[in-house]
Design a binder for this molecule. Sequence first.
Ligand SMILES: [Zn+2]
Ligand SMILES: [Zn+2]
Length: 247
Amino acid sequence: MNYRGHTNGMSILPYPTPLKAFAERLAGSLLPASCLLCGADSGKELICAACSADLPPQPQHRCPLCADQTTHGERCGACLKDPPHFDVAVAAFRYDFPVDRIIHALKYGHQLAVAGWCAEQLIRLLTDRSFDRLVPLPLHQERLRERGFNQSGEIARKLGILLGTQVDIEALLRTRATPPQADLPYKERQRNVRGAFECRSDLAGQHLLLIDDVMTTAATANECARILKMHGAVSVTVAVVARALKD
Ligand SMILES: [Zn+2]
Ligand SMILES: [Zn+2]
């Protein structure tokens, strides 16, 4: 796989701001003709069939609530001790190479075609469910300004089109910038996100789908679900492109 060589020519680093709008328009107007991972001809697909078949799957046995790996598919220790506020979390892949690179290309390379690909991966997990609204996990204003867009919002927008479901980008606000969860010891992650979100919508009676790119621990999704339910949501399903496993 010549993944590294192939991406050298691609925009993995953020564009300087004046070029961003132009670059995004350009990226949106060009259909990828070669696989993002190996560079082989992939027709109109972002990832070729061979690379798609090789993407890291979810573990066979996992917690029915938070999708972390467990020995026999039983509830994990964390969910037994403290059941999450969301109803269930589903993930398309394990967060591992090369899914991490694909998400990186969206987040830092502004390759918005990746958002469409992510939405297509999620829709396979959601065929038997329906939702009143999709809610993307919000970025803090500061981070939004740095990055120029919210990757979860982009995925939600594409998924909303595919599902024919309204996307509510204002249901959740991130009122406090928090250090990245991945930088923190496991036990501090719940505290790190506590009080970091606000909701200004009336969600009474709503069945929600909360969208994020990666779930590192369930702490962030759990805090969001807590707030959404406090504002009336009946159920919160979490859908992420990739789920990091504890070890
Ligand atoms: Zn490929
Ligand atoms: Zn669990």
